[in-house]
Design a protein around this ligand. Sequence first.
Ligand code: ADP
Ligand code: ADP
Length: 222
Amino acid sequence: MTLLEARDIEKSFGRTHALHGVSVAIRSGEVVAITGPSGSGKSTLLHCLSGIMRPETGEVHYDGRRIDTLDETARTRLRREAFGIVFQFGRLVPELTVAENVALPLLFNGDGREESARVARGWLEQMDVLAVADARPGELSGGQLQRVAVARALVTGPKVVFADEPTGALDSVAGEKVLGLLLAAARVNGSTVVIVTHDNQVAAHADREIVMRDGAAAGVVA
Ligand code: ADP
Ligand code: ADP
């Protein structure tokens, strides 16, 4: 069953046509890698699929409903309820501790403070960053930030996990660990996983690869 779909979407930034006429359909439980050269529109496609950005034309559908026409509040609610997003460079809240950052999506969804803190620490332990649970994001290395960002995205058991270069700042051992947890989210929880990546290792483990070139989906590798 198709869970997430972009139909002929276009997105421009000034004179830059980041996406022109991209259509992709992603099935429930699938692990999809979006690859292609820098500037080819990978992040923009991810942002449009995850409701962070609205394309200028075309449509985005999630779970049988059109989401690109929803207002900001409704798209934010959808992201909190159904999506987990690993941003490039982590984008954690600098004033909060690492553990508080990871607990935040649970609190937004109405879970209790103690339960959220407990679950957040469990994820930090799995990502081998429990030692920095009480530090602020500014004190962390790039690799630690990325692992915390992955923990924060997975903590709610989201229907769809979106990740922008989740292994980019990691050495190969840490990268494999992060990849393993993203794949487990799909295989164990049934999450659908969409990963923008330059990492051949990540692409090799995906069910399917969508190759972007100059703002278009140039091909699909099964
Ligand atoms: P990729 O993820 O493949 O590197 P992006 O989707 O980030 O590609 O960018 C596609 C094109 O759109 C690039 O030319 C990039 O510079 C441009 N772009 C992306 N985001 C913005 C933005 N917020 N403002 C202006 N240009 C942007
Ligand atoms: P990538 O190439 O992997 O997408 P970038 O460093 O280009 O990574 O993008 C990081 C952020 O900067 C994104 O939010 C993107 O939308 C924005 N961005 C990318 N290109 C531009 C640009 N030319 N002008 C303004 N913002 C941009």
